[in-house]
Design a protein around this ligand. Structure first.
Ligand code: AMP
Length: 189
């Protein structure tokens, strides 16, 4: 059974082209590595660019989308190998979380941040030990990481963060590969 990577990323269409290109590159790498993509099921923004790229390169795409979003014309990626339609947003997040072997976070907005915060909180509390990789492409998450460092200095969060930061695509996939091929706890801080 191939490893399943859950990717959280932007739905916005208005972002700079380089972010959409990044999502496409991630799609190429997922397909080449033989990882199955699990994601929010949208055909918009980085999500759409990612899913289409995985398919173009021969990979498998599983989308998990709430009914209300699917009904909005043109949003769901209907070509997904499996499109799981849920009643609620909570149910959707639970399915994505349960099916995934690892999480990869790309640039995104509130939705992406919320999904990232949820899986990292669950990991911190010991509900899972699945790897979480934040792709800090072009320093996109620098401000967030600075805030996390502030939280650490003030002892609001543990010294060891429950996720790993990669600054480039190669590093992100090396981390995923390493963590998926061993059961070792690879989190850093
Ligand atoms: P955002 O970062 O606010 O653009 O939200 C993107 C994240 O929230 C994705 O990882 C999705 O799981 C979810 N999401 C937000 N908007 C949509 C949409 N239109 N279709 C599918 N999923 C979405």
């Amino acid at each position: 059974m191939p490893h399943r990577i859950c990717v959280y990323c932007a739905a916005s269409q208005r972002v700079a082209a380089r972010y959409l290109q990044l999502a496409e590159q991630v799609g190429v790498r997922l397909a080449q590595a033989g990882y199955e993509l699990i994601y929010g099921g949208g055909d918009v923004g980085l999500m759409g660019a990612l899913a289409r790229s995985v398919h173009r390169h021969g990979g498998r795409v599983v989308g998990v989308i709430p009914e209300a979003l699917q009904e909005r014309e043109g949003i769901a990626y209907e070509l997904a190998d499996a499109l799981i339609v849920t009643q609620t947003l909570q149910e959707r997040k639970a399915i994505m979380f349960t099916r995934a072997d690892a999480f990869l976070v790309l640039p995104g907005g509130f939705g992406t941040l919320e999904e990232f915060m949820e899986v990292l909180t669950l990991r911190q509390l010991g509900y899972h030990h699945k790897p979480i990789v934040l792709l800090n492409y072009d320093g996109f998450f620098d401000l967030l990481l600075q805030f996390f460092a502030h939280l650490r200095r003030q002892h609001f969060v543990p010294a060891r963060w429950p996720f790993t930061v990669a600054s480039a695509l190669d590093e992100a996939f090396a981390l995923l590969e390493r963590s998926l091929s061993s059961s070792a706890d690879f989190s850093t801080g």
